[in-house]
Write a protein that binds this ligand. Sequence first.
Ligand code: PRP
Length: 221
Amino acid sequence: MDGLTVALAKGRLAGRTVDLFIKAGVVRPELKEIMDETSRRLVFSSEGPRLNFFMAKAPDVPTYVDYGAADVGVTGKDTLLEERRNLYEVLDLGFGACRMVVAGREEIRDRLRYGNNLRVATKYPRIAVDYFGRRKQQTVEIVKLNGSVELAPIIGLADVIVDIVETGATLAENGLSVLEEITPLSARMVVNRASMKMQRVRIAELITKLKKWATEADRER
Ligand code: PRP
């Protein structure tokens, strides 16, 4: 494809990313309408300084960028920490702000602090292993789930969860609390290592344009 190819994480972040690209004058506002009208469509192109967008599942965005199928990607920091691809992380876009936490019932707080042999349910096994094994030096058993992780401590599958908290509503509704903070998260822009050299001018221009607006998005948080 001609021009830069950008992989977007399907879902909440994709809309915010296109809004940012429009504000920064990188794509025309019509792109948003096309995306809204044809929500099942996966590939979009803009006129002018050509950008090709495609939508992928968030955890696949780093994979597309790593293999060079996309020059640039936008996805959450959680995905980048979990996937650990060898990419350049060039920009914190400011939106999609949330936290990676350990959550569970209040009663487990003391055991969580020092205890071993806890069972941890999560969509993010590598982040969980890194946090408990390397940072806290605790031996835990990790159970990988694919969603609705809050169920695990309620149903008795796990003692705690490692998951994203944004508003805290899901935890509160399920009688769970944030017990430990792992790291703050937000949407990040990543670049393929070869593209950074081969498309240096185009990518530098894109980063410069987005940076101003990304900083403003940051302030709105
Ligand atoms: C995410 C996350 C929590 C919820 C947190 O789930 O895994 O469940 O959002 O948001 P809150 O703090 O604002 O309530 P998502 O909606 O992506 O779906 P999932 O549980 O199926 O992964």
